[in-house]
Ligand binder design. Structure first.
Ligand SMILES: Cc1cc2nc3c(=O)[nH]c(=O)nc-3n(C[C@H](O)[C@H](O)[C@H](O)COP(=O)(O)O)c2cc1C
Length: 356
């Protein structure tokens, strides 16, 4: 089956013409209703921020049976995507990935049908349309959902270099308000983009700042649940500090975003070109570390009695992979890149596990 996102075309092309899906939408199993963050859902299986570029993408994946639909991260002002290439497939890693920032991953040619199960990396730079377009499109996305499906809108601030943190906190709050106006039933702050070279990519490393953002977004979002997307944080003490700082503001944490590594071609040159040496690794290579972090976070939430849901993401390409996250204590599981090659995955997951 053709990938729904054409990696041989630009982000703008995919935004305007995608998703490319020529298949027949199969009957989606009618699974029993359950709750996620107090909202009724048909399953706790969703699409993470990324693949759903606009309401047409949300509509397709809703029809394909994914029930928590995350609208790709939006900014307050329009921003262009990084130029192509935006995607590469990875052969393996050197340097003990994912233990250190010095880890590097080698590119490999894509191997056809196995693509959904491979490790890969994407470098787009968090492009965004203008807010007026998004408000209209958010409403369209919401209308495209069936019963038991929820729209989660991901947002990120765009701090100018050297700007005071308070301005970034205010911007996250303003974006949360805009997302609610556009029809979001959940708002997610992206505190962890591995593919931008500016401060907004690293916020989750600062527990106090993450807590301020969570509380400001909560004030702006009112009854709408707030999630925080965080990155790789293997040190248990630091993870605990982050969770304590955001609990009470955020309703949940989504982890793990792509794990940064230097992405090299076989000749050692940077695969994405100058200024983009590092990018987030996705797929197979990040599954085990993501499950380990979710297990650690779920245990901390229990031990510390924090009012936080933990949502797992990272390398889910089969029902068994999703099961790893539920067994680790996740309350929902989101898929980032595999559904692009395997859009019928939610149907198979629901057939095998209607209780999820
Ligand atoms: C095309 C694409 C774009 C993405 N853009 C975003 C984004 O805008 N915001 C975000 O928080 N994560 C983004 N991600 C990261 C995913 O949400 C997810 O964390 C990552 O892909 C790991 O999951 P996976 O191993 O299932 O792919 C993107 C991923 C992909 C594949």
């Amino acid at each position: 089956m053709l990938a729904t996102y054409r990696t041989d075309r630009s982000y703008d092309w995919n935004y305007r013409h995608g998703p490319t899906f020529a298949g027949r939408v199969p009957a989606v199993p009618a699974t029993p209703e359950k709750a996620f963050l107090g909202l009724p859902v048909r399953s706790r299986i969703g699409i993470a921020a990324g693949l759903l570029l606009n309401s047409r993408w949300v509509a397709l994946y809703a029809r394909l049976g994914f029930d928590i639909l995350t609208y790709k991260t939006v900014r307050a002002a329009a921003r262009r995507s990084h130029p192509m290439p935006n995607w590469v497939f990875l052969a393996g890693a050197r340097g003990g990935f994912p233990r250190g920032a010095a880890a590097s991953a080698r590119t490999a040619p894509r191997r056809g049908a196995a693509a959904a199960a491979l490790a890969r990396t994407v470098s787009l730079g968090l492009p965004s349309t203008a807010p007026a377009v998004r408000l209209r499109d958010g409403a369209r996305a919401r209308r495209a959902l069936g019963s038991g499906q929820v729209l989660n809108v991901s947002v990120v601030a765009s701090p100018a270099p050297g700007a005071p943190a308070a301005r970034m906190v205010d911007e996250f709050a303003r974006l949360a308000g805009l997302a609610c106006e556009a029809g979001a039933q959940i708002v997610e702050a992206n505190l962890s983009c591995p593919n931008v070279c500016s401060a907004e990519g690293d916020i989750y490393h600062d527990a106090a700042l993450s807590g301020r953002i969570a509380r400001a977004m909560k004030r702006a979002a009112g009854a709408t649940p707030v999630l925080l997307k965080v990155g790789y944080l293997p040190a248990r003490r630091r993870l605990g500090r982050l969770l304590e700082a955001v609990a009470g503001g955020a309703d949940g944490v989504v982890m793990v975003n792509g794990i940064p590594a230097r992405i090299e071609r076989p000749d050692g040159a940077a695969a994405f070109g100058r200024g983009r040496a590092s990018a987030g690794v996705l797929g197979r290579m990040v599954h085990a570390p993501s499950v380990a972090q979710v297990r650690s976070a779920a245990a901390l939430v229990r031990e510390l009695g924090l009012p936080l849901a933990v949502i797992g993401v990272g390398g889910v390409a089969t029902p068994g992979d999703a099961g790893d996250f539920f067994a680790a204590g996740a309350q929902a599981v989101m898929l980032g890149s595999a559904p692009m090659y395997d859009p019928l995955l939610a149907v198979r997951i629901k057939r095998a596990h209607p209780e999820w």
